[in-house]
Design a protein around this ligand. Structure first.
Ligand code: FES
Length: 161
């Protein structure tokens, strides 16, 4: 049995306290995310049973609020700018190379939990186009080689630590 198949005591107490109250589902999902860092799907099954709400209703809430995460956040969050300046200076090629290198589409995390990949629209530093950021650190004047070199630096950092 993995650790997501039952509610830990802390969450169980919270759920029992809140479940009789109307509109408690969002509060409970917040508590779940605070506890795990995301909302595990196994916990959604447990909640559906505990709260007597359809699983579809839980997912409706989870997908409506962008705040909720359905996967464990990766250690490094890559955000590739696809704003106009970056786009015109080669961002699509960089993005394709990064996707291929990580073997994930946008919006997903790598299997090792190291990287997530997302798209942003303009960082406001178009003079550095094309741009990407990793955990908020901006990298500019990118081409495919430089982008992949940066990913390797992060991987190297992991093997050194
Ligand atoms: S378009 Fe990429 S930083 Fe402005």
């Amino acid at each position: 049995m993995n650790s997501y198949e039952t509610l830990p005591d802390q969450l169980s107490t919270y759920v029992n306290k809140w479940k009789p109250k109307k509109g408690s589902l969002v509060m409970i999902l917040h508590a779940v995310q605070d506890y795990y860092g995301f909302v595990p799907k196994e916990i959604c099954f447990v909640l559906a049973k505990e709260l007597k709400v359809p699983l579809a209703r839980i997912y409706e809430v989870l997908t409506f609020y962008h705040y909720f995460r359905l996967e464990l956040p990766a250690k490094y969050r890559i955000a590739v700018c696809m704003g106009t300046a970056c786009y015109l200076k080669g961002a699509p090629d960089n993005l394709d190379a990064i996707k291929e290198n990580l073997n994930i589409p946008e919006g997903r995390a790598t299997e090792d939990g190291l990287f997530t990949l997302e798209i942003v629209r303009c960082y406001g530093c178009c003079g550095l186009a094309p741009v990407m950021s990793i955990n908020g650190k901006i990298y500019g004047k990118l081409d495919k080689k430089k982008s992949l070199g940066i990913l390797d630096e992060y991987r190297q950092k992991e093997t050194d630590s």
